[in-house]
Design a protein around this ligand. Structure first.
Ligand code: ATP
Ligand code: MG
Length: 402
């Protein structure tokens, strides 16, 4: 693989931990290059998450080398060539150069190789097969840098074959398009995705959820999810998809992207959250939040002013209220003021409790709960102004009359 210019590496790829790691590899004559997302994002000058390093020696050799240099090495996936190095608290994934021996539509049997180009050829998109030496020397065997500049997500090799090897790549195509692409999509890549979208049903719900939520967390994912739907890639996993109209309105309101909230915005209004949660193997917490975001009741009263806002914030809790408010794009009223209130007002606790009812001589039982609910309704209707003494008086009054 020939060098293709130089790039400035971000601080994290040049820090002392990095230097220690490369010193250990150099000492054992193990050729190593940054690869994948970290190089792509370094080219873009955007933030990097994980640092992947491709190494030209088998994982066992890498393990021994790191340990000999007193660095922590974890055999994360020796069969697949992956060793995790932990240096000064920083984590790096070191993966031996590979080629696919066999593929079954999702998982590959890999063989190790010492050929950089073979390793590059099994990667998915041209801009994900960028490599960089420690000094910033760039390797770009499939002109990924030009594609990145043109916002083109393009499969390496024949898109149909690449998807047949691993159909998850259909979802990755749209996810990377959401983050780095711009219309028009690369025709051959898109058409192949559309041809294979019928095969996505055999993926696991978790993987699909992860990809879709990551796609939706991109700064402006509306065109990408629309293209994905047009390609039929949502048919199996999200038949409740209902267009991007509300998503676009939500994005205009948000201050920070939130994948799950955006998911709620692309679903039919009466979509069944528990069903979707099960299908996509969402966590209990995610499924519950989705359910509350999609619930018709209580109808958001944005036009009702501060009193109505406080009552609803108290009812559902601040963060879920904000979710519902941002999603209520058709509701009339000053949503900005409602949002500001939700962010500044802390819902109070009801100043009376069951023990107060018992002190009034009531027997433990369902009646206590009913009475407290009535006091709470009265207290909310009074815009939370009644203090403990007033609430106690109301409790006593209600206890006598029921
Ligand atoms: P990010 O982590 O920012 O989403 P990334 O490019 O690092 O992006 P990963 O999923 O972490 O993506 O994968 C790391 C690299 O491994 C990719 O850049 C790509 O080269 C390769 N890769 C990952 N998954 C696949 C796949 N299913 N098929 C082919 N290559 C893949
Ligand atoms: Mg990554």
């Amino acid at each position: 693989m020939k060098p293709a210019g130089r790039i400035d590496l971000p601080e994290r790829m040049r820090d002392p931990a990095m230097a220690r790691l490369f010193a250990a590899l150099d000492a054992a004559d193990i050729a190593a290059r940054f690869v994948g997302g970290c190089v792509r994002n370094a080219v873009l000058g955007s933030g990097i998450d994980d640092i992947d390093i491709a190494v030209r020696k088998p994982p066992e050799t890498v393990m021994l080398t790191l340990r000999a240099a007193k660095l922590k090495a974890i055999p994360t996936g020796l069969k697949h060539g992956t060793v995790t190095a932990i240096v000064d608290g920083h984590t790096f994934e070191l993966t031996t150069l590979r080629r696919d021996e066999e593929t079954d539509g999702r998982h590959a049997v890999v063989a190790f190789t010492d050929d950089w180009l073979e390793d590059a050829s099994r990667r998915d998109f041209t801009f994900n097969a960028l490599y960089a030496d420690r000094d910033g020397t760039l390797y770009d065997p499939f002109e990924g840098r030009a594609d990145l500049a043109q916002h083109k997500v393009r499969f390496i090799g024949d898109p149909d074959l690449r998807i047949a090897e691993d159909r998850l790549r259909v979802l990755r195509f749209f996810r990377f398009h959401a983050w780095y692409g711009a219309p028009p999509l690369d025709g051959p890549s898109y058409e192949a995705c559309a041809r294979h979208s019928g095969a996505l049903g055999s993926l696991s719900g978790e993987r699909v959820a992860k990809e879709v939520l990551r796609l939706l967390a991109a700064p402006d994912p509306a065109d990408a999810i629309e293209a994905m739907a047009d390609a039929g890639a949502l048919d199996h996993w999200l038949p409740e998809y209902d267009g991007t109209q509300r998503l676009r309105a939500l994005i205009a309101r948000e201050t920070a992207p939130d994948g799950l909230r955006r998911l709620a915005a692309v679903l039919e209004k009466d979509a069944d959250a528990p069903t979707i949660g099960k299908r996509l193997k969402l966590s209990t917490q995610q499924a519950l939040r989705l359910e509350i975001m999609l619930a018709r009741e209580p109808v958001m009263d944005v036009a009702g002013g501060a009193r109505a806002w406080r009552a609803q914030i108290y009812g559902v809790g601040t963060s879920l209220y904000i979710d519902r408010l941002l999603l209520a794009v058709d509701a009339a009223g000053d949503w900005r003021a409602a949002l500001a209130l939700a962010q500044s007002w802390t819902p109070p606790d009801l100043p009376v409790s069951g023990s107060d009812a018992l002190k009034l001589g009531l027997k433990p039982g369902p009646k206590v709960g009913t009475l407290l609910d009535a006091v709470e309704r009265w207290w909310i209707a009074g815009d939370f102004t009644a203090d403990r003494a007033a609430c106690l008086a109301e409790l006593e009054r209600l206890a006598k009359h029921t």
